[in-house]
Design a protein around this ligand. Structure first.
Ligand code: TRP
Length: 329
């Protein structure tokens, strides 16, 4: 069975963009792959989070992974920081990556824009190498990610090939899997910008743990346009197109069918239908979440997960150290 691996940073609340763009795919794919899904807590240090908040976010994310439907029978779930081999491999890979290629990463460019070199966290710069280590240490075949992470998976491929060429085949070269539809859910208030968990304006973001009344209001007040035609057109009608995408992903109906279904409806009617689907999902997830979070289920799953990932990654690490001539092996 091929291996799947992915993770999300616990830097804020999980929202429907994460669900539609990532978690839903992990769940759909978990039966066909040996899956590994983790909380990328080490990656969140690049924004210097408050330790208490980070702790909470990690637990919440784990509870939500399970509540959304990640099934420990198919998916090994773990915290990145608990497996000490990730940063160890990351260092070995850092010494095989170049300043030039890391400088070209668009996420780094965006996040460091306008900041002085003196104040840019260097973890932001080496972030993609840690991500490469996360992936390569498990010989992952496929990495489902949002399109903003594709470049990082491509760098991972480059680093794997470089290492393999220099020291003999060591790493599997992974393939990024980007969902065609729904990889990018946009902000409800500014539909030209990606829905983001660190966004200040929470009116544009539907968190998975949002109060249901609040969530409905956010959909109903989503920014649209004034022609009252429910038609998918990203350039001229980004708001309506975003709502169509959300509706399509939650109902599994294709865009043409939706346009047909709502050809005689106005925006208010359409938004009500979208809101109903979103609320149905949130209600389902929140009920499960509230059950899970009361018990020690999460800890049990993490203990089991860690045992499994430690064994796999320790072996890979020893192989790497040996090839590099490190230590005594
Ligand atoms: N960078 C990803 C994010 O922003 C999280 C991540 C870290 C990841 N390591 C990974 C995703 C490895 C896929 C594979 O959410």
């Amino acid at each position: 069975m091929k291996r799947l691996l992915s993770g999300i940073k616990p830097t804020g609340e999980l929202h429907i963009g994460h669900y539609i763009g990532a978690i839903k795919h992990f769940i759909e794919m978990q039966k066909d792959y040996e899956s590994f899904v983790f909380v990328a807590d080490l990656h969140s240090l690049t924004i210097n989070p408050d330790p208490k908040e980070l702790r909470n976010n990690i637990k919440e994310m784990l509870g939500l992974y399970l509540a959304c439907g990640l099934d420990p029978k198919h998916t090994t779930i773990f915290n990145q920081s608990e497996n000490i081999y990730h940063p160890a491999l990351s260092w070995a890979l850092t010494c095989h990556s170049y300043m030039g290629e890391l400088n070209r990463m668009t996420q780094y460019k965006d996040k460091s824009l306008g900041q002085k070199n003196e104040s840019i966290n260097s973890g932001l710069f080496t972030y993609p190498v840690l991500m490469a280590a996360d992936i390569l240490i498990y010989d992952a075949d496929v990495v489902p990610v949002g399109d903003d992470q594709k470049q990082h998976v491509e760098l991972t491929r480059t680093l794997a090939e470089r290492f393999n060429n220099r020291y003999g085949t060591t790493f599997k070269v992974p393939i990024p899997v980007i969902a065609k539809q729904g990889a990018r859910i946009m902000d409800l208030q500014d539909p030209t910008k990606k829905m983001s968990k660190t966004d200040d304006n929470q009116k544009g973001v539907i968190n998975l743990l949002d109060d249901l009344v609040v969530a409905r209001k956010k959909i109903m007040s989503a920014v649209t346009d004034s022609d009252n035609i429910i038609k998918y057109d990203i350039i001229n009608k980004p708001g309506i197109s975003n709502l169509i995408t959300i509706y399509s992903c939650l109902t599994n109906k294709d865009i043409k069918t939706i346009e047909e279904e709502f050809k005689n409806s106005n925006y208010g009617e359409f938004k009500t239908k979208v809101a109903n689907e979103v609320i149905k999902l949130l209600e389902y997830i929140q009920n499960k979440y509230n059950e899970i979070i009361k018990t020690d289920y999460i800890d049990n799953i993490l203990d089991k997960g860690l045992k499994k990932v430690e064994e796999i990654s320790k072996n890979k690490m020893l192989e790497v150290y040996k090839k590099l001539g490190l230590g005594r092996y």
